[in-house]
Write a protein that binds this ligand. Structure first.
Ligand code: SAH
Length: 236
């Protein structure tokens, strides 16, 4: 945890919070609690700064917070990702959030198994937990917006072209593409990443028609989560 993520309801007085949940246990058991110790902290959806331990006992800690800085800016990339299998979902979500993606569409494609849509990892509480862990990891406070689209064709034909239109560049990862991944830091981008089985030819065609350029990291086929990290790093 590189940032203590706080909520309005943690405050017991202006500038003072009391923590007794997972965050308290982590401070106590992993990071180490000492009176006077200072941690980085941030308010969900708001500013970042510091939190200093005022007092603690076996079940809770009280900290004084001073939040006066803006959280890090997002990377301007909208991610369109084929819904990964449940074991991979949290890795993809974590990677995207820690690397600064603020808008994510998880979509259905031919190679996405229908059962993935019923996975418990997609329950709002489970997603919320992953988001908070990722924000704490990267020192951010701003939640990403997450959308789910269970039908590929209407998304690719009706929504995606509009997303690409309002961006400076759109691309999708494809091991056998010709174009390399450009570095377009600071621009608004749309990036699509396929499922473990890849996008099929029809899907590739619709993605290109929506305005996305196929780009490659090289001929080695990477797992979705690693391809995502490399694509985001190169683009941004
Ligand atoms: N079996 C598929 C690969 C799926 S890998 C195939 O051979 O096409 C899952 C996703 O990760 C791909 O759809 C792609 O978006 C991305 N990816 C994996 N390796 C990549 C590479 N070398 N370059 C660009 N994107 C890659």
């Amino acid at each position: 945890m590189n940032l203590l993520l706080l909520d309005e309801n943690d405050f017991i007085a202006p500038g003072r919070v009391k923590l007794a949940d997972r965050r308290f246990l982590q401070l106590r058991d992993i990071i180490g609690l000492e009176t006077g110790k200072v941690f980085r902290a941030g308010l969900t959806g708001g500013k970042v700064g510091t939190a200093q331990v005022v007092d603690f006992d076996g079940s809770a800690a009280v900290l004084d917070v001073d939040l006066d800085q803006e959280p890090p800016a997002g990377n301007g990339i909208t991610l369109v990702c084929a819904l990964p299998r449940p074991q991979t979902f949290h890795k993809v979500l974590h990677c995207a959030i820690t690397m600064g993606v603020k808008k994510i569409y998880f979509i259905h494609t031919r190679k996405v198994e229908k059962s993935y849509w019923d996975a418990s990892v997609l329950a709002p509480e489970a997603v919320d937990k992953e988001i908070r862990l990722a924000l704490e990891q990267c020192g951010d406070t701003i939640y990403p917006q997450i959308e789910y689209r269970k039908r590929f064709k209407p998304f690719a034909e009706d929504e995606l072209p509009l997303l690409v239109e309002t961006a400076d560049f759109g691309c999708f990862g494809h091991p056998r593409a010709v174009a390399k991944v450009p570095n377009l830091a600071g621009q608004k981008m749309v990036l699509a990443v396929g499922p473990e089985g890849g996008f099929n030819e029809f899907e590739n065609m619709l993605l290109e028609r929506a305005g996305l350029t196929p780009v490659t990291l090289g001929s080695r086929v990477l797992r979705t989560e690693f391809a995502l990290a490399a694509l985001l790093a190169k683009l941004y």
